[in-house]
Design a binder for this molecule. Sequence first.
Ligand code: TRP
Length: 334
Amino acid sequence: MLGDKKVLYSGMQATGNLTLGNYLGALKNWVALSDQYECFYGVVDLHSITVRQDPAELRKRARALLTLYIAAGLDPEKNCIYYQSHVSGHAELAWILNCFTYMGELNRMTQFKDKAAKHADNINAGLFTYPVLMAADILLYQADVVPVGVDQMQHLEITRDIAQRFNGIYGDVFTVPEAYFGKVGAKIMSLQDPSRKMSKSDENPNASIYLMDDPDTIMRKFKRAVTDSESQILYREEQPGIKNLIDIYCACTGKTAEETVREFDQKGYGEFKSAVGEAVVSVLKPLQDRVAELTKDKAYIDSVIKKNGEKAQYFANKTLRKVQKKVGFPERIR
Ligand code: TRP
């Protein structure tokens, strides 16, 4: 708790281009959370270097992500949007927590196994202890809730285990976080394979709509979206491609699936795909304009980075000092 609000923490990697799925499924819904929760959103650049990055590119993307979050409507006065690397406590707490985490636990992490297979030439220790750093992110702010996708549930579980283990030894130091199951956004699937989630790391660029795609690209990708040969627009599992397009249309227009089915009754797939494309453009274009506007305002973005970095550092240090004392580090002389 912070004041009378529960604390919510989430982290975003600045690698890869965010997709429409990230926006409709997560980001868009986060805007409303700041009334209810004290929200922290880290741009988790320490996590990013577990795989090789081009330094200039990483810096650029981190700033672009931070800007995008503000453009999407996360008010930086109410949401602490900050760079993980600007708050030294993340790395410091991660070290301590490393000493309370077992090799066996980390060995079970499916994401580690996947990433190790994908980056076989660089299976570094950071990649292995990635979940410990994530635990440090969450526990540092005494987060009550963490909105995560299914792919991160295992990491949240280990965070809870580490917190409980630590608390078991030293008393109630950490809040044990829970997964946030609030109003979940639409689950958007790949446009090329509707059985898979739309992903920022998909190798086929036609599979995903990127938030910065221009209108022509968006329209083209929808025209190419994989559907079926049923020739009817119905919302059902047997037509996963059409179902996904209906979900996207609904998320962009606020209409229900039934309304959409009625609206496109007797219409062809071509016409429907164009309508979905236009609906997406009408959502993304204002977002892109706002990004462009904010990007120009360097002083403003800098001030957000500085102010929120300091705010995060303040809360992080409170937890860190407590932990350092508990484990037996000498007191600081002031
Ligand atoms: N590992 C998360 C991902 O790749 C990002 C992340 C880092 C995170 N720290 C976090 C998410 C803390 C939630 C809470 O998506």
